[in-house]
Design a protein around this ligand. Structure first.
Ligand code: PLP
Length: 376
């Protein structure tokens, strides 16, 4: 299997730990370990203190699988398979479900592995472009028109990285039933689930609305624990889980024992954990509302509806120039603030991703503002 380079990860490998402000991160500020342990109930604390560092159950710790299943309405513990992050889950799912002759439709611009692994498995991929002029919305009619007889999978990331797209519930359910009627598996990348803005409701999970659909989840984003590297697949289709478990034997075999217990603690304390993430994101969105309002000479942006990223556009001939690559390069050099240009998504050179989850955002935005110079 030959995989093209993961452009975004290569960019982060160069910059993420070399700059002062990562203003383009998609995760939420990581939980301090001490504070997380303080949230443990008696059972989880005893598990943590008595933990022995042997191999763990390949499918995931039974208590963790049970806790993950409570994020869903109709998913039981045995419908959950734990992985090293959502990334491993995507790799195992795509590489075991697809082959030459299959067609897959994936929302775009987006997280590259969602379509790159499918391509490497031999499938033909159609990218379902979200359009800025439509407010980055999911166009279910257009998506359904791109179904082909050989379409096997429709992959939707919602809330969406990088645009913040979040479909209305009715549209989401309509897409799920169109997929079911055509015998196409819906794959819902829900790693930003529970980060809906402005009172928008959490969408029903893919795995709940269709028994063949697959939901992808992770501790990294809404739960602010990327360093655990714990993710999962949830589906009532046991054949999918069985195939993925067999592939996992060749990737990580089983999860890290300390991470499983810490993930269990975080999920059991999910109200506190999610409240913290939502409050960081809401405070940052208020800063960005003000900033983009004041700097409409340099940028336009469609306010994200969910998730922890947004995708502003450079105003041509504005003070930031019209190349996102060039602006990001100048900004990081002059101020130590990192943006992610849209070229990393293969999606032109006039947008950049901004992350809503880091607590240094106000400081980073002040530096970005300074680099633009005063408004003419
Ligand atoms: C849409 C989407 N899916 C999956 C992932 C992978 O998550 P993780 O790195 O925690 O495995 C990411 C990470 O940015 C993402 O944005």
């Amino acid at each position: 299997m030959r995989l093209a380079d993961f452009a975004l990860e290569r960019y982060f490998a160069r910059w993420e730990f070399a700059v002062q402000h990562v203003l383009c991160a998609s995760d939420v500020e990581g939980w301090p370990m001490g504070e997380l342990l303080a949230l443990a109930d008696d059972e989880a604390r005893a598990m943590w203190e008595g933990l022995s560092l042997g191999y763990t159950e390949s499918t995931g710790h039974p208590l963790l699988r049970r806790e993950i299943s409570t994020l869903y309405e109709s998913v039981e513990a045995e419908h959950v398979l734990v992985f090293a992050g959502a990334e491993e889950a995507i790799f195992c799912l795509m590489s075991t479900s697809l082959q030459e002759g299959n067609h897959v439709i994936v929302t775009w611009p987006g997280y590259q592995s969602l379509y790159e692994v499918a391509r490497a498995a031999g499938a033909t991929v159609s990218l379902h472009a979200l359009r800025e002029e439509d407010g980055w919305s999911l166009d279910v009619d257009r998506l359904v028109r791109s179904f082909r007889p050989e379409t096997r999978m429709v992959v939707v990331n919602a809330p969406h990285n990088p645009t913040g797209m979040l479909p209305a519930e009715g549209e989401w359910r309509r897409l799920a039933s169109e997929c079911a009627a055509a015998g196409i598996r819906l794959v819902a990348d829900e790693v930003y689930r529970f980060l809906e803005h402005d009172g928008s409701r959490t969408l029903p999970a893919g795995a709940d609305i269709d028994e063949r659909a697959v939901s992808i989840g992770v501790m990294s984003k809404s739960f602010a624990m990327a360093g655990l590297r714990i993710g999962w697949l949830a589906t009532r289709d046991r054949a999918v889980l069985d195939r993925c478990a067999r592939m996992k034997d060749y990737t990580t075999i089983c999860s890290s024992a300390p991470s499983e217990v810490l993930a269990l603690i975080g999920l059991r304390a999910r109200e506190r954990v999610l409240a913290r993430s939502r409050s960081i994101v809401a405070a940052n969105l208020a800063v960005l509302d003000d900033f983009f309002d004041r700097r409409s000479d340099a940028f336009t942006w469609v306010r994200p509806r969910g998730g922890s990223t947004g995708f502003p556009k450079l105003v041509p001939a504005g003070p930031a120039g019209s190349s996102a690559d060039a602006f990001a390069a100048r900004l990081v050099e002059e101020t130590g603030v990192l943006l992610l240009p849209s070229t990393a998504f293969g999606s032109g050179d006039s947008h950049f991703r901004i992350g809503l989850g880091r607590t240094d955002l106000p400081e980073a935005i002040a530096k970005l503002d300074g680099a633009l110079g005063p408004r003419a």
